[in-house]
Design a protein around this ligand. Structure first.
Ligand code: GLC
Ligand code: GLC
Length: 815
């Protein structure tokens, strides 16, 4: 069954049935204020940090799914019937329903009892607030006397504490209501100087700020007492659960439309100006009032919405493709880029699968996210790189995660994931290749956020590489530590205690378990650092890094090659993992992808062999599984990977994040048809037609699709916040379409399906705009015969920007 369709022209996905298999969500906000919103208005909001500055509550793992949201109710005052125009939470049958998820906004519209309602939700640029603009139209032949109720439940800021510390929380909640604006100010009386507010453009008939008064005892959001009786209680929260609800009465003539604006926002006061009068406990509202007034004005709202639309037009305009395949077009041009923005902002912290409590920004995750984001807002990518690098340990290692609000390493998760440091090199390399901004390398950056420890960013990269050289195992391969990219391959963990975290429990001081994956990553990073060092004129370092890379390659072929594919690792007893000799888990995807991407085996046939082994043993019609055979039981010496039932997550699931590694590797080996086929297998738009199996949103990639060992093979989970976003974007734009950023320019090197006759790309690169037409008259997969730049043939395949903001016409002939 189909639940909706793409509207590529408007850059929207339109959902036409509210009961999607899972909540199909969107993200609001792209700077500091964020929200998640489902197709039925579920979701929550926060300022910067989903754990530490949560504005509204949401109930994870609730039945029904997706409870807590930006709810509105319409009530017919003549007969008392009421419904939610977003379907949830009353789930009243609607005569028409449509949810349009767009770039940074969502519009939910419906018709019920001849009343049409349409709500536009978005976060204006530069503000820490969200707007809900409701438009109600009376389609009846008689006047309609209606009540509108809004409803949100405030979170007491720290989402973790909010959900657990009830002995305190039931007593701390505080609000103020003034001039129709509801202020949530829990803990403002003591150490917080921030508060939330919820305002409405209309004169109120009433309000509620105490959740349980609004709802009534034993009632849910589907049937609030205030809505049922058609009158707010004007409740003021003292403790318990602060809530925000406005009640507005409107009478509409036949055909009449009315717009009502709600503004939910976050605001900070200077610490010495918290109260007004100063010696009172009353919230100082002076600086927030103009903001509220501005956005309760329909003209300003309309302008802010237009600004958001054109902002996104600009971001997406940096890379636009027209190819014969609609799925790659809409993903690259619209949704995959949008998903990259979400992963850049949120890493893996806040989605409908990630509670926003457990994880801040991951060191390795955020660095990889840069790959898909850096071309959109390079200045923010720069800032992110410096923030991440400042959490790096002096040893070159990394805190595995850090909190976006404090920008400090998160000690709860610890460190010792031995792949982490290399991703910083790759992140910085991606930034340099996009921008040519070499000055970043000289920027002084702290270690462990310690004042006085500043060193140029370049020194951080050196230490990242050395980290591995100082941690080599018995075969000369990198020690794996707690885990490498695969968080769940825990070779030093040996956990036998139920519920113990594989991620954080004390590990053996592992001096034996090694990772072939890190070896590949090391080679890739060392080559990048050598290229960077060369441009800094550091000849000795260049030689050294290239020598280390060559040595590591040799070690990999000597101890990391299993005959037909790359091994995955050695365990704590020195036994191979990912080898024919293993009873299960004989071949893994990660080392094939990473080693070939690092160039290993490209000139001795082994890359081809490894990729063919992937094709033979790991590829399924829904994507490439992580390993085979799946682990049928728990292996204590391998850890979390074998804790998942076969076919799920890291135990032979299609862990989409690493599929693009194989896609890229295939393009390096010249196999465009196969690369594109792999890409299409996990492309959510191409999977739209199997929506009931896939279940997740058809417009964004999912972290995982159940593998062939799972009873639900083909079912996706954990959409939106996944490294898949950046890697698929990078694979599609830079390797399949082949417009690859390099230190000195933009390389044109497509690797496409032979049947493609060509394609066009517009790429904005370092200020210049390249309008590129690729022709493929000989039906090849790779290879460029000649390139005309503004009518003149160039030698080589590199487009060099002038930096003068010029437009160029480029014709590329493959063959
Ligand atoms: C999750 C993590 C990522 C890790 C991957 C594989 O996506 O966020 O850091 O590499 O799982 O375990
Ligand atoms: C679990 C997940 C893995 C993720 C890790 C990080 O182990 O399976 O994908 O990376 O948690 O918290």
């Amino acid at each position: 069954m189909r639940y909706g369709h793409f509207d590529d022209q408007n850059r929207e996905y339109i959902i036409t049935r509210p009961e999607t298999p899972l909540p199909w969500i969107n993200y609001l906000g792209c700077e500091a204020y964020f929200g998640l919103i489902s197709n039925t208005a579920g979701g929550y909001s926060f300022y910067r940090d989903a754990r530490l500055r949560r504005l509204t509550r949401y109930r994870y793992n609730h039945a029904p799914f997706d409870v807590g949201g930006r709810y509105l109710y319409l009530r017919d005052n003549d007969n008392g019937k009421f419904w939610s125009p977003s379907w949830q939470p009353t789930r009243t049958q609607l005569d028409h329903y449509e949810c349009r998820h767009g770039m940074g906004y969502t519009v939910i519209g419906s018709t019920c009892r001849k009343i049409a309602a349409q709500t536009t939700y978005f976060v204006p640029l530069g503000e820490t607030l969200e707007i809900w603009k409701l438009k109600v139209t009376n389609q009846r032949k008689q006047p309609a006397r209606l009540s509108v109720f809004s409803s949100i439940e405030f979170c007491l800021w720290d989402a973790q504490d909010d959900a657990t510390n009830f002995q305190r929380n039931f007593s701390t909640g505080q609000v103020e209501v003034a001039d129709g604006v509801i202020y949530h100010k829990t803990e403002y009386r003591e150490r917080r100087n921030h508060f939330a507010y919820f305002a409405c453009s209309e004169k109120l008939a009433g309000f509620d700020t105490q959740r349980d008064t609004f709802l009534g005892a034993y009632r849910g959001w589907d049937n609030p007492a205030a809505v049922e009786r058609g009158k707010s209680f004007n409740s003021v929260a003292h403790g318990w659960a602060p809530h925000g609800s406005h009640h507005v009465k409107v009478t509409l003539k036949p055909g009449q439309t009315k717009e009502i604006i709600f503004v939910l926002g976050y605001h900070e006061n200077p610490a010495d100006q918290k109260f007004d009068p100063a010696d009172s406990q009353t919230l100082n509202k002076n600086s927030v009032k103009p903001v509220v007034a501005k956005y309760l004005d329909a003209k300003n709202v309309a302008m802010a919405f237009e600004q958001l639309r054109s902002y996104w037009g600009g971001l997406l305009g940096k890379y636009q493709v027209q190819s014969p395949d609609v799925h790659i077009n809409r993903l690259v041009n619209i949704w995959n880029a949008c998903q990259c923005m979400a992963t850049f902002n949120m890493s893996r912290s806040a989605s409908f699968y990630e509670s926003g409590i457990g994880r801040g920004l991951g060191f390795r995750d955020s660095n990889q996210d840069l790959l898909g984001f850096v071309h959109m807002v390079p200045a923010r990518a720069r800032e992110r790189i410096l923030d991440i690098a400042a959490t790096q340990l002096k040893s070159g290692g990394a805190f595995h995660q850090y909190q976006p609000l404090t920008k400090r390493g998160n000690n709860d998760i610890g460190s010792g994931f031995n792949d982490d440091p290399h991703w910083l090199i790759l992140g910085v390399a991606a930034y340099l290749k996009e921008t040519g901004d070499w000055s970043i390398l000289d920027q002084p950056v702290q270690f462990e956020n310690e004042p006085g420890s500043e060193q140029p960013l370049y020194e951080h990269l050196r230490r990242s590489l050395n980290y591995t050289l100082e941690r080599l195992g018995p075969h000369g391969l990198p020690l794996i530590g707690r885990a490498d990219w695969n968080d769940c391959l825990n070779l030093n963990c040996f956990s036998d205690t139920p519920g113990q975290s594989f991620q954080t429990t004390t590990n053996k001081e592992g001096k034996v378990a090694e990772s072939v994956f890190i070896a590949g990553l090391f080679v890739l990073a060392a080559k990048e650092l050598a290229a960077i060092a060369a441009r800094r004129g550091l000849a000795k370092e260049v030689t050294q890094y290239l020598a280390e890379a060559a040595k590591m390659e040799q070690v990999v072929f000597q101890h990391g090659w299993d005959g037909e594919w790359f091994l995955r690792a050695y365990d704590d007893s020195g036994r191979p993992i990912g080898s024919k000799v293993c009873p299960e888990g004989k071949i893994f995807i990660e080392s094939q992808g990473m080693c070939v991407m690092a160039g290993l085996g490209l000139n001795n046939g082994k890359a081809r062999q490894a990729l063919n082994s992937v094709h033979q043993h790991l590829a399924t019609k829904h994507g490439i599984v992580l390993q085979q055979p799946a682990f049928s039981k728990y292996y204590i010496h391998m850890g979390e990977i074998s804790s998942y039932p076969p076919g799920y997550k890291e135990n032979a699931g299609i862990f989409c994040h690493n599929n693009p590694w194989i896609i890229i590797a295939e393009t390096m080996a010249g196999n465009g048809t196969r690369a594109f086929d792999y890409y299409t297998r996990i492309n959510p738009s191409a999977r739209e037609k199997i929506g009931d199996l896939h279940r997740c949103e058809p417009y964004v990639f999912a972290q995982m699709i159940a593998g062939k060992d799972a009873p639900t093979h083909g079912e996706a989970k954990n959409s939106w916040l996944t490294g898949t976003a950046a890697w698929t974007y990078y694979a599609a734009t830079q390797w399949i379409l082949g417009l690859r950023t390099e230190y000195d320019g933009l390389r044109v090197d497509p690797c496409i399906p032979a049947k493609w006759k060509g394609f066009k790309v517009t790429r904005v690169f370092r200020g210049d705009t390249f309008n590129i037409e690729v022709r493929n008259p000989k039906a090849v997969e790779k290879g460029v015969r000649r390139i005309l730049l503004d009518g003149v043939e160039i030698s080589g395949q590199l487009l060099r920007p002038t930096g003068e903001g010029r437009s160029h016409n480029v014709v590329v002939e493959m063959g």
